[in-house]
Design a binder for this molecule. Structure first.
Ligand code: ATP
Length: 297
């Protein structure tokens, strides 16, 4: 569904260039529900905005389904956003109209696209658990309920791909769990591919695969040890433990063999610009370079 290779995004301001993505590789399969984690400034939102067609990549390859987002024309981009992708933000107030009811909010983008489907709008609100609230005005709904309206809206164009940027960032734990369960159900029952960007590790535990981004590059990938663990009875059975309790961690190696060594490891061994590397049976050993002072004299 998504293939990014060597994705670069440079933001140019008056006299400054910020390289937000430095050649990012990521691939997401059709029907996957995965998360992207990373510290503030690591490039998560930049990546999601490119995938959502809200921003243009500077270089590299990025394909979503049959669309090539580097070569796509402005007109095609409008069509891509209308047909392929749905977007959910942390703060959805900017997408919702407070003086309309929940169902009118869901029908609005349908109307703008030229075809209102009242039955589908109702079904969407039922899916997100707002059957009894659909004729309430937005301002009569709680923050968590408004977030669920936003999820229904993001699905109004029947997208194959749903992108969510910190979707649980401003709600409590229970609402957050509820939103994740809705995502899981949409993923399983409608087959929507879901990519969630977050810095919340507990949220990342509830997906099958997590890709960590560091300094605009993919660094580590976490794959769930037992993918069935989440699905029984639609409940999340995950404990409060860290990501590594349920996921196996893998370092990401790109096509030409490059990988990112965590800063903590390099600092611990005082490795700066070079290291020695050695194949030792079934492992590769990376060490601080030998110091030669003693041998030079
Ligand atoms: N429009 C822009 N103009 C200039 N620099 C930008 C712009 N958008 C993002 N950046 C810079 O690009 C880098 C990556 O930002 P991005 O918002 O993608 O990070 P993030 O991982 O989503 O962070 P956060 O979790 O804080 O949202 C940062 O250094 C940021 O300052």
């Amino acid at each position: 569904m998504i293939e990014c290779e060597g994705l670069v995004k440079i933001f140019k301001t008056d006299d400054l260039e910020v390289v937000a993505l430095q050649g990012l590789n990521i691939s997401v399969k059709e029907g996957e529900m995965m998360a992207i984690i990373g510290n503030s400034g690591s490039g998560k939102s930049t990546m999601l905005n490119i995938l959502g067609g809200l921003d243009r990549p500077s270089a590299g390859q990025v394909r979503v389904g049959e669309w090539d987002l580097l070569k796509i024309t402005d007109d095609q981009l409008v069509e891509y956003k209308r047909k392929t992708v749905g977007f959910i933000w942390q703060n959805n107030a900017r997408n919702l109209l407070p003086y309309l009811t929940a169902i009118e909010n869901v029908e609005m983008p349908m109307m703008l696209n030229g075809k209102t489907d009242h039955a589908y709008a109702k079904q969407l609100l039922e899916w997100v658990g707002l059957k009894d609230r659909m004729y309430n005005k937005l301002h009569q709904l709680s923050g968590g309920e408004q977030q669920r309206v936003a999820i229904a809206i993001s699905l109004s164009n029947r997208p194959r791909l749903l992108l969510a940027d910190e979707p649980t960032g401003s709600v409590d734990t229970q609402t957050s769990d509820n939103i994740m369960q809705i995502f899981r159900r949409l993923n399983q029952e409608l087959g929507v591919t879901i990519v969630i960007v977050t810095h919340d590790l507990s949220l990342a535990e509830k997906v099958d695969r997590v890709v960590a981004i560091r300094d605009g590059l993919t660094s580590t990938e976490f794959i769930k040890r037992n993918p069935n663990l989440n699905h029984e009875g639609g409940e999340f059975l995950m404990g409060a433990g860290g990501l590594q309790e349920v996921h196996e961690a893998y370092v990401v190696i790109d096509r030409v063999g490059r990988l990112q060594v965590p800063k903590e490891y390099l600092q611990a061994l005082q490795i700066k610009d070079k290291a020695s590397m050695e194949l030792d049976g079934d492992k590769i050993i990376i060490r601080a370079p030998k110091t030669w002072e003693g041998n030079l004299g």
